[in-house]
Design a protein around this ligand. Sequence first.
Ligand SMILES: [Zn+2]
Ligand SMILES: [Zn+2]
Length: 377
Amino acid sequence: MLDLIESRYDRQERISWWDQSKLRAARVLVVGAGALGNEIVKNLALVGVGQIDIVDMDSIEGSNLARCALFRDSDRGRPKAEALAHAAAEINPEVRLAAYVCPVQQLGAAWLLQYDVVIAGLDSREARLWLNASCRRMGMHWIDGAIEGLQGIVRVFGPEGACYDCTLGEKDRAVISHRRSCALLSPEELASGKTPTNATTASVVAGLEVQEAIKMIVGRLDLLALTGKVWRLDGETMMTSVVEYTEDQDCMSHELVETWVSAPAEYASLQDVITQVALARNCPVDAVYFPDDVITVEPCAKCGGGEQVIGLRPLLSLGAGRCVSCASALRMESRTSIDTTDDLSSVAWDRWLWPRREAISLRVGDEYVHVILEGRS
Ligand SMILES: [Zn+2]
Ligand SMILES: [Zn+2]
């Protein structure tokens, strides 16, 4: 009889600092639904995190099945995020799940504000760099995990101290910037390497990622063991170590934004935002700063094919810089800021490739006004 009324969470609630009500109220974003993402979501669902959102743009292939506990043979070809959300709902029906089948950049930095914590299971340095800079701007923690062979790492980055960008060397930066520059012209160069990994390493690393997330969610930041540090596992020798990262004082990703204003939904172009901010401040706006390169791709000068495309760089499709008809390179312009007389400011907003919720900064006199723009996709 007692068994029947015993809480699903009874054993974990016996941990002295546990707080099931905080876990039930929590919203977590899991970035990546591969080997790590499967284990992360499995753990979050088991412990009863209230809302788990999963973002991943890829679909399930045969080689995922040996490393992903929640995928089945019948899931081949299905988007990873969707299959994972579906399977996690069966593990714990009390958990709400949502799947986003897109690159994480398409959600936008301001989208992240709704989550208590962001947990990554990524295999791309560029996505990590975006997530890092975005969480830092929004004043949020994020937890990173990575696996290669029998080696794994777990680390936590907060709004202060060393961030992921601080840990990168010159070589990493050169690789990232090369990939950035060729993504629009030669997507074939970006064919991702097939990293050796397996299920056991993934489950250890993801387990520790979620362990840190739970401490964060229940508000026990004093128990966090890996903020600004890296935990390393060598699964062959079973040696582990924790090393503290050094903060780079000149790091480009340390731009914390304290206050935001929201742009009304009815504006038609950036010009409307500029006008309203100028009115509110009683001072003209000098310039608009974007969170990444805004790229303008012109129609083909050679064959006249295609239409003008305007969008934030990570949202442009691979190969967008080449004409689909004649394969010649298209004229592109890349800008991270514009002055308020720029033609771009009057281009209808629904023509932009823009994230669901992203923020821009307007310079007004000697201060900045940060504005969250709702996307149209
Ligand atoms: Zn940094
Ligand atoms: Zn052409």
